[in-house]
Ligand binder design. Structure first.
Ligand SMILES: Cc1cc2nc3c(=O)[nH]c(=O)nc-3n(C[C@H](O)[C@H](O)[C@H](O)COP(=O)(O)OP(=O)(O)OC[C@H]3O[C@@H](n4cnc5c(N)ncnc54)[C@H](O)[C@@H]3O)c2cc1C
Length: 450
């Protein structure tokens, strides 16, 4: 950028006695919060400043379908358990004010039909994220929210009059200076947003990736790409990390990809282990139990029984149905145990049966790195939750400063939980700002502030 070309202007955004809310970021949290504030306080000048395209993540989310929220976990306590960062804090009133059911009602009241899939994920009936984007955009327009794109909020400070003095950089390097009565930072995981929070005195937890797949270098496993397991128990053990959280063991579906392992179990492990995985350079062991509902002794018994029933069949071509394994994976296990392709069940030793049983119950994969999960990825880290009142989303450091969404040190597992954080936070912040703008009193919370 050629800074010598920069034009600096003070923008007259304020009519006499008009109060201004600037929302940094036109994502899910920012737009939802802006609509809520403007709905409650129609006289408030609500400006959303978005550096790129508004709602761009909503557009690409859920593989283009947008997993709006989750319909299976409706009480605050069980919902909170889906947030590796935020689970303690979210047990409180946060979701009671505006939870998944409220979000679903909001969208259906605004003309978007939603459906709850068997696993609890909620999508628009249209199966298109455009339904959500269009709804939010038209509601923002209808209520009179001013959505300004192609502009970046580059700095924030407190002016002598106690307002928020914001520097907004436009394309072509021109600069606007805006004074706002209220500031809502809903900048997602952008570094610029974190920097604004820091400029206003907030401390940050270092951002690290969450929700990714595990890279495993095993050419024979890669050949099984596409094979899925409806239920495994997978345990993560990391290099140089002694502690073991209960969440480092997960039960559920797993999928083989051409670079390693994915599926709900892996994504949940990646989320709960995000910080420790980062610290161990994404190196560790994954111990998978492919028969989680059977004891080791039961597995041995099943194999012995199969041996006596299918003596004349080749071990490679006859897998006990109790394990529910696809043939290709059964062959993979036998190859790992170096069981000859031609051997018959009649000839297999008890020692081999014991080692196959152990492998089924404790199959170890070496995790060598992290892969990508194209449907959803989020950032762990951000503004410390202890510095925010979750009742109002107001900063405990500056009154009239609010945060919502991924800019906070909050992230959820897959299933619609990340958007729910954005909707809930945006709604609560918008409500607080709307009330203040209407002259209502907001109790200040300065608890747990270091
Ligand atoms: C590919 C993908 C798919 C996903 N799918 C799902 C899903 O199906 N369900 C789910 O629950 N979650 C999903 N997520 C996660 C979800 O998208 C995020 O948790 C959510 O978008 C966070 O909302 P937000 O408003 O806090 O931040 P964002 O959506 O990131 O919005 C922040 C906005 O602020 C803007 N901005 C940042 N800094 C500035 C600045 N200084 N000035 C101006 N503008 C600024 C950014 O350009 C951005 O548009 C997905 C994520 C990805 C990457």
């Amino acid at each position: 950028m050629n800074l010598t070309k920069a034009v600096t202007s003070i923008v007259a955004v304020q009519k006499l006695n008009e109060e201004v809310l600037v929302v940094v970021g036109g994502g899910a949290a920012g737009v939802y919060g802006a609509i809520r504030a403007k709905t409650l306080a129609p006289n408030l000048n609500v400006m959303v400043i978005e550096k790129g395209r508004p709602l761009s993540k909503v557009k690409i989310s859920g593989g283009g379908r947008c997993n709006v929220t989750n319909g299976h976990f409706t009480d605050a306590k069980s919902l909170a358990e889906h947030y590796p960062r935020g689970h303690k804090e979210f047990r409180g009133p946060f979701f009671n004010v505006h939870g998944p059911m409220d979000t679903m009602s909001w969208f259906s009241n605004h003309g978007v039909q939603l459906k709850v899939e068997d696993d609890g994920r909620v999508f628009p009936v249209s199966n298109s994220s455009a339904s959500i984007v269009d709804c939010l955009m038209s509601e923002a327009k209808r209520t009179g929210v001013s959505l300004q794109t192609g502009k970046v909020v580059t700095s924030a400070s407190i002016s002598s009059g106690g307002k928020f003095a914001l520097k907004i950089q436009k394309l072509m390097n021109s600069v606007e200076h805006v004074e706002a009565n209220y500031l809502l930072i809903a900048s997602g995981s952008s570094r610029q947003g974190f920097s604004l929070a820091a400029q206003l005195g907030h401390s940050l937890v270092d951002p690290v990736p969450s929700l990714f797949t595990f890279k495993i270098e095993d050419p024979q496993l890669a050949e099984l790409s596409g094979v899925s397991f409806p239920k495994v128990r997978a345990k993560l053990k990391l290099e140089n990390i002694q502690r073991h959280l209960p969440q480092y063991t997960q039960v559920g579906p797993m999928l083989v990809t051409h670079w390693g392992l994915s599926g709900p179990v892996i994504l949940r492990l990646s989320a709960w282990g995000a910080r420790d995985l980062f610290a161990s350079d994404y190196k560790g062991l994954l111990i998978v139990d492919f028969a989680p509902d059977l004891h080791l002794e039961d597995v041995k018994t099943i194999l012995s029984r199969h041996k006596s029933q299918f003596m004349k069949q080749k071990v490679h071509s006859s897998c006990p149905s109790e394990f529910g394994l696809v043939k290709r994976f059964w062959k993979y296990l036998l190859d790992r145990e170096e069981i000859n392709d031609e051997i018959l069940w009649a000839s297999i030793s008890n020692k081999s049966l014991a080692s196959i049983s152990s492998l089924l119950k404790q199959c170890i994969f070496k995790v060598l790195g992290k892969g990508q999960f194209k449907d959803e990825f989020v950032t762990a880290g951000g503004v410390q939750l202890s510095e925010i009142s979750l009742k109002t989303m107001e900063s405990k450091i500056h009154s009239r400063l609010f945060f919502a969404g991924e800019v906070l040190n909050v992230d959820g597992v897959t299933g619609g939980f990340n958007f729910q954080n954005a909707w809930s936070g945006g709604y609560i912040a918008g409500t607080s700002i709307g009330k203040l703008a209407n002259g209502e009193f907001l109790g200040r919370d300065v608890s747990n502030l270091a």
